[in-house]
Design a protein around this ligand. Structure first.
Ligand code: AMP
Length: 399
């Protein structure tokens, strides 16, 4: 994959035809931060996005910064406005950051044209326009008309072919990957071309959501460890007792086929051999640890023996990819399995990548993020990348 980078552009800075100074640069970032009553609850994504913006501003660019926030589904939703983001970006970066109350149109274009070198104009939520997620050519052209150059730094949406991530790219004179995007690609490449053994730990609620990933990783990984509610569909496929656990009856055949295929591919499939079970999902009922799930009980977490087996696998792996919780980790009595897996990944000498909101939350809660090789900002995007799939946002940037 050959991508233009900021370094490529910056190597020409100072030349008689300086590639950046005075140019309007459209930066697609991921500023999708959690907001509560208009207040930013966690500004990690803003801090992470500033590197690219600051480098461009320092080189004399006029930066037009754009992002989505939540899912307004093509309508103006006041609670999903990016307005509160502009002052926080200014505070964090020390740069002048103005806010435009829309992302396209004459007034926005006038504001973009009036930017001075080193100034930033933050656009309103791109998804207030249905043309963004529909990747409408008209909307793509309108976005592109605001700028001369384009940078995509939003890895988390690179698996979507939207106007701001794909459609607009063909209408600008040059397009580059931002620093955050490059960092993701470099780190996730370690999973695509791993040092072996490669251990993939996958958890979460539904087999149906992750069937493609499971199939693909069964072909690539040496060990594939499954946790979360997904595991019970696999146990059902092996005719094991699952009690009242969440099972996707329509996916049992797929799970069985996957078990057979993993064997044929010489991928060792690890499934839970003991379970934390409960009769209620909110953590208030009795819980016990069992090897066979009785009727009337639900599996809510992997048991201690399973956690120890998965931790053992992490110890001997050379590369680890983990996405998805091992149980209902939001509920404290059901969070141990996920926590133990997080600790095992952190303690392993392997090259490790953790992706997905729930897994990151578990790592952050334990304060062990600095011991993980790479924390991927893109859940869905990282799952697609590690399968070797072509992400539309990256394909658009390729030469
Ligand atoms: P996903 O979005 O597919 O990664 O699934 C994440 C969700 O799966 C979390 O909200 C977990 O609470 C849920 N989950 C994990 N294990 C279980 C389980 N054993 N039973 C029900 N839900 C689960």
């Amino acid at each position: 994959m050959k991508l233009t980078t900021l370094d490529d552009w910056l190597s020409g800075v100072g030349a008689s035809t300086d590639p950046i100074r005075g140019r309007r640069v459209f930066v697609r970032a991921d500023l999708n931060v959690p907001l509560e009553a208009g207040k930013i609850v966690d500004d990690t994504r803003l801090r992470a996005s500033l590197g690219t913006v600051k480098r461009l501003c320092a080189a004399g660019a006029r930066v037009i910064l754009a992002s989505h926030l939540g899912r307004p589904r093509g309508e103006r939703v006041a609670s999903l406005s990016l307005a509160p983001i502009a002052p926080r970006l200014a505070e964090l970066s020390g740069l002048p950051v103005a806010f435009a109350p829309d992302s396209v149109g004459k007034a926005v274009a006038a504001r973009a044209n009036a930017l001075a070198e080193g100034e930033v104009l933050l656009l309103e939520n791109l998804r207030f326009h249905p043309g963004e997620t529909a990747n409408e050519p008209e909307f793509s052209r309108s976005l592109a008309s605001l700028a001369d150059l384009y940078v995509n730094d939003a890895f988390g949406t690179a698996h979507r072919a939207h106007a701001s991530t794909a459609g607009m790219v063909e209408h600008v004179s040059s397009a580059a990957a931002g620093d955050l995007m490059l960092n993701e690609i470099r780190n996730l490449n370690a999973i695509v071309e791993p040092e072996r053994p490669l251990l993939c730990l996958l958890g979460g609620a539904k087999v149906s959501d992750k069937l493609g990933v499971l199939r693909n990783l069964a072909e690539r990984a040496d060990l594939l460890a499954i946790g979360g509610a997904m595991a019970y569909t696999f146990l059902a496929a092996r005719n094991e007792a699952v009690g009242d656990s969440l099972v996707e009856a329509q996916r049992i055949d797929d799970a069985r086929a996957l078990i057979d295929r993993a064997e044929a591919d010489r991928c060792k499939l690890l499934l839970p051999t003991d379970h934390v079970v409960s009769q209620s999902l909110d953590g208030t009922g009795e819980t016990k640890i069992v090897q066979t799930i009785p009727d009337g009980w639900r599996g809510v977490d992997i048991g201690p023996e399973t956690a120890a087996r998965y931790a053992d696998a992490a110890r001997t792996a050379r590369t680890i990819f983990w996405n998805g919780p091992m149980g209902i980790f939001e509920v404290e009595p059901f969070s141990k399995g996920t926590q133990e897996v997080a600790q095992a990944v952190a303690q392993s000498p392997a090259t490790s990548v953790v992706g997905g909101g729930d897994s990151l939350a578990a790592v952050n809660r334990l304060g062990i993020g600095d011991r993980i090789g790479h924390l991927s900002t893109g859940g869905g995007a990282s799952l697609e990348f590690v399968q070797g799939l072509r992400l539309p946002g990256l394909a658009a940037l390729e030469h």
